[in-house]
Design a protein around this ligand. Structure first.
Ligand code: 13P
Length: 262
């Protein structure tokens, strides 16, 4: 029997907005969603600010009981010790982070994160009760050489090796060529890869976990294309970069149900 997965709209701020800007932004986002009478049963909303903002976001969300989840953009594979510049999952858990992004293509490219690193970070997130948002995706060259699914499938297989499926998982399919390019994948492309990724989850973690796991699409998501992705059976939400920094645009993306059928 098919499980109903609550759609998940996540804003990856990347290296934008300091902690003061984050407070103003999250407050305004909450007002904007309230004004639009957003029903959080239609879509869960999460923001992923830089590390230095998380304490401020936590304080605001807790003080005003805002229905917005938040998480980090990365986590260390280690829990503590001599790892200059790294941030432990224990610290993120202490800030009530529900999620952490792991293996974003920008980290794989600029920080040379390997599939093994991504796997270690998934396990680290789980040790601290944080749900990993595991990013996978192919480059334009991979697409030409191997088609769309091969690289993301390989990356996910490796990310999930030895992982406990009961500890929560979100997967984001982000074709590298679609990130920040203005050229999103087609909904059909996203669906094809998402379906292949769900099969990997089923094989490694079982059907129940595969049914319950939300698979997001990311890469040039906007208010004008979100509904077409969410119409696909295996696409359960979006990881939004640039458009998540514009409150009206992000609110409109969260309210994608309004434009289904448009
Ligand atoms: P854009 O939405 O700016 O293309 O970025 C996507 C992304 O990398 C989200 O993690």
């Amino acid at each position: 029997m098919a499980v109903t997965r609550t759609p998940f709209i996540a804003g990856n701020w990347k290296m934008n907005l300091d902690h003061l800007q984050a407070i103003a932004f999250v407050q305004k986002l909450a007002w904007s969603l309230a004004d639009a009478r957003h029903d959080f049963a239609d879509a869960e909303v999460a923001v992923f600010p830089p590390f230095t903002d998380l304490r401020s976001v936590q304080t605001l969300v807790a003080a005003d009981s805002l229905p917005i989840a938040y998480g980090a953009q990365d986590v260390s594979a280690h829990d503590s010790g001599a790892y200059t510049g790294e941030v432990s999952g224990a610290f993120l858990a202490a800030l009530d982070c529900s999620y952490t992004i792991i293996g974003h293509s920008e980290r794989r490219t600029y920080h040379h994160e390997t599939d093994a690193t991504v796997n270690a970070k998934v396990q680290a997130a789980h040790r601290h009760g944080i749900v990993p948002v595991v990013c996978v995706g192919e480059t334009a060259e991979d697409l030409e050489r191997h088609g769309a699914s091969a690289v993301p499938v390989k990356q996910l297989r490796s990310a999930l090796e030895g992982v406990d499926g009961s500890k929560g998982l979100v997967v984001a399919y982000e074709p590298v060529w679609a990130i920040g390019s203005g050229q999103a994948a087609t909904p059909e492309q996203a669906e094809k890869v998402a379906a292949a990724l769900r099969e990997v989850i089923a094989e490694l973690l079982g059907d129940q976990v595969a049914d319950a796991t939300r698979i997001l699409y990311g890469g040039s998501v906007k208010a004008t294309n979100i509904a077409s992705f969410l119409r696909e059976p295996n696409v359960d939400g979006a990881l939004v970069g640039g458009a998540s920094l514009d409150i009206d645009e992000f609110t409109s993306i969260v309210r994608f149900k309004k434009h289904v059928g448009a």
